[in-house]
Design a binder for this molecule. Sequence first.
Ligand code: NI
Length: 504
Amino acid sequence: MNRERHKARSVWIDISFSISIVLLTLSAIYLIFEMENDPIASQPDEKEMITASPIETEQIDSNYPGIKIITKTSNDQNAPFAIQYPQSIHNKFNKEVKDYIDEAQSRYMELMFEKKRVQTETTSELNISYETMPHASGNYSFVLVNSSSFSDAAIGKIEIRSFHLNPETGESFSIRDILDGDLNRLQTFSSLVRGAILQDKSLQAHLSHNEVERFTEPRWMNYRNFAITDEAIIIYYDENTIADSFVGPPIVSVPIHTIQDLLAAEFKPEAAEDVIAIPDQQSDGIINEVNHDEQNNETEGSLDTSLGKKSELPTSETTRKKVALTFDDGPDPKVTRQILKTLQKHEAKATFFMLGSRVEYYPDIVNELKEAGHELGNHTWTHADLTKLGPDRITKEINKTSAIIEEVTGQKVEAFRPPYGAVNDKVESTIGLPFVLWDVDTLDWKYRDPARILRVVKEKVKDGSIILMHDIHQSTADGLDDVLTYLKNEGYDFVTVRELEVAR
Ligand code: NI
């Protein structure tokens, strides 16, 4: 009896044991099967490859009291980024800005990760920079320009966000505060914005009647992204609000003197004369849009011959071939310095077309370039497509940039290169500097392949060429040595764009 029961029990144990083994085996098979089918689980390294590259963070004081500039860069091969944003002593403002930056960055990373999953060849870049616009009241407007480009898309995306700070209270402010919360004033303001859009031919060309109506409806939300300066209220639209037809963000500016009566007491202009005067140039040039994408245009390269004055040169000089190396969009603390070293090694002179906003952050590098005898050129403050701006904004983009370069180096700026090579009659009549394009486009920004730069140069260079490169990409710095060695062996001297023109 005892034995019987014991036997029955052990049979029962055997059965349950077998069932457990079968279940375990089944679940193991299921798990393995699942893992193979789940692309994320089967490629655990890929996301890490994108996010785990070294990120450098730097914090420096800005020219504005109480405002620090945070710079975050990554030279990741697949998804490099350069991000700059302001921080103050006020937590609420800091969090608001930081939250946006984190969100923009993770959106970009996600998108890049998705792209990598479906097509491995995509490269991209994220750039967030900002401009500080002070107002006589002490308030600041910070305009963040978030641009991302993907090698599989012809045109990058641009998003604009403005942040506002009263540095004393730590509070933000909006157009509602500026107009004292008054709906009648909003109505008047809206019709002035509409008037400004209708007067700007380059904006008009891109906006339908319906769009203009919609963007200037008297709703506070329509003026979410703005800046107030002592000269104007500037309204920014971006690709989230405006259809895809734009290369850059449409900007509308309403002069302060036309809206004085609408402003709340805090924002009324005082007799403030300490503002840098921007000459008010007017031109009604016919809009004659040239290409908007320096990066997709290899054929343009018309060389400007109005540069420089003729001077005597020894005849032996003129028998050697000459080439002008140009580097745009910098300076960059790491890449520009590496390029500087390579140029030094080959005793080569080059021209750097710099963004004013970056000169402001990296004045030391600009001085190193000057000390080494390179030419310092102007490439606007924000890398704006000037054909999209009115004369006032064009003048400001250029003058402000020349001013900061001159302030930092004590050297006059004598060369200008329009972003994207984009010029029209209006731009030409407004810029006070000779402008310089290029005839050899290395497309270094697009391929990020050090060896490819030399291949393009070999194929296209000729006596008197101007070569376009960018001193913000690690791959460009890495490929430069071979390019210089090759050109030297081919009998080229390296000159600045001014020297090139002088030699003609
Ligand atoms: Ni550029």
